[in-house]
Write a protein that binds this ligand. Structure first.
Ligand SMILES: Cc1ncc(COP(=O)(O)O)c(C=O)c1O
Length: 421
């Protein structure tokens, strides 16, 4: 499943001892296993090998250019949601013809940059966005390749914050309105209709919602064909879940089998946008115990907080936390909390934890997806380093930010400089 394993009571990532990395880069830091990333990509991509497809890694889940490059080197593309992610993908060397661009709020500048880069397609999420794309494309004198993200109104049975395919969610065009929008688009001079796209949510642990939404999309594609609109690409989004705790999500092979069966030989190139399933279990956040304190409850205070890993605070998400050394020590119930001035700043609550003391290292597991990429500078904390292990070596793929980087771009205007302090 992943390459974080204990050898003689010390946690290793592949052949690298985690304390060795901590010594070299300080804590906290994100640690990724290149072998796990590679294996996960291969397993996913192989599951669709018998049909035309492109695996476009969802950059938002872990946007470091080294990770994007790794997947690109394995034949992957990128699913992007901003001009910043476009820049990252291009810098990493991702083939533009393997880039798809989703998101409800693309600006004219972002649309222009995407069209100038020659990406495979923009996944359009509203009629006003379509009008904007038409205008930008006309200005550039080219035809914009688009698909429309349809909202199939399917319950993905996941956390409400990461459900995207219900009618009440902000994403996509209601599938019942989509035919009218396609017909309107087919008359626009600077638009080329390439596909249909759909993404119903994240951390799905059942295949049935994927199949249900594909069935609806397939019926819609047949309606389009009756109107003479033939699509070449079907983008099914991402969303396949992973095991954080006791979940039992389908593996990529099972997911692919169900999708291919429902597709039933539909003649188009499938676009897949997996994020979490590729990177989630390939990364851990390594943090150091600063203090412990015991009163009504026991608190383990560590040097990583909700600004470094938002998921527990944001979604009450579970991440396994284990001692990097001597994992089988005695255990006590404790809250693992960070240094941020918020009661909501926790990594685990009321959890059986090994009896760690100051300076012990802890590994917050399954933190590769939506870990670093959702981190912030809240409480003016420099964002942490990211480290990629490759066999016996490790590489810093993002340096720890400094205090100087915290105030980069800030300035004190002259009128304030003149005032004494
Ligand atoms: C449009 C789109 N595609 C792909 C993904 C990736 O989802 P996941 O990381 O669950 O695979 C997301 C995430 O929410 C998304 O919004």
């Amino acid at each position: 499943m992943h390459d974080f394993l204990y050898k003689n009571d010390t946690l290793y990532c592949e052949n690298v001892a985690v304390p060795t990395v901590a010594e070299a880069v300080g804590t906290p830091f994100y640690l990724y296993s290149g072998a796990t990333l590679t294996r996960h990509f291969a397993a996913f991509d192989r599951a669709f090998a018998d049909i035309p497809h492109i695996t476009c890694f969802a950059a938002k889940s872990c946007a470091n250019i080294a990770i994007l490059r790794l997947f690109a080197s394995l034949g992957g593309g990128a699913d992007i949601v901003s001009g910043g992610e476009l820049f990252r993908a291009r810098t990493a060397g991702v083939d533009p013809q393997k880039i798809v661009y989703s998101g409800v709020g693309k600006t004219a500048d972002e649309i222009r940059a995407a069209l100038e880069s020659g990406i495979l397609m923009l996944n359009v999420e509203s009629e006003q966005e379509l009008a904007q794309i038409q205008e930008v494309a006309a200005g550039l004198g080219l035809k914009a390749p688009v698909s429309f993200r349809v909202n199939p109104d399917v319950d993905p049975k996941t956390h409400a914050y990461i459900s995207t395919g219900l009618a009440k969610n902000k994403f996509g065009i209601p599938i019942g309105d989509a035919l009218r929008v396609y017909l309107a688009a087919s008359k626009l001079p600077n638009i080329t209709i390439k596909g249909v796209s759909c993404h119903i949510g994240s951390q799905l642990t059942l295949v049935s919602p994927f199949v249900e939404s594909l069935a609806k999309v397939k019926r819609f594609i047949a309606q389009l064909a009756e109107e003479g609109i033939v699509i070449s690409h079907l983008d099914l989004g991402g969303g396949l879940g992973i095991r954080y705790n006791a979940e039992e999500p389908p593996d990529p092979a099972e997911y692919a089998r169900a999708i291919k069966q429902e597709l039933g030989g539909l003649a188009c190139t499938l676009i897949l946008e997996p994020g979490r399933v590729l990177v989630g279990n390939a990364g851990a956040l390594i943090t150091k115990v600063l203090y412990t304190k015991e009163g009504l409850k026991k608190f383990i205070i560590v040097d990583a907080g909700m600004n470094d890993l938002a998921r527990p605070s944001l979604y009450d998400a579970f991440h396994l936390i284990q001692a990097v050394e001597r994992p089988d020590r005695e255990q006590t119930v404790a809250d693992v909390v960070g240094p941020i001035c918020e009661t909501g700043d926790f990594l685990a609550r009321e959890r059986m934890m090994p009896n760690v003391t100051a300076n012990d290292l802890l590994a917050v597991m399954s933190a590769g997806a939506y870990g670093f990429s959702m981190s912030s500078n809240y409480n003016s904390r420099p964002r942490v380093a990211e480290v990629l292990v490759h066999q016996n070596d490790f590489h810093i793929i993002r340096a720890r930010e400094t205090n100087e980087s915290l105030i980069q771009g800030e300035s004190i205007p002259d009128f304030l400089k003149k005032q004494s302090v």
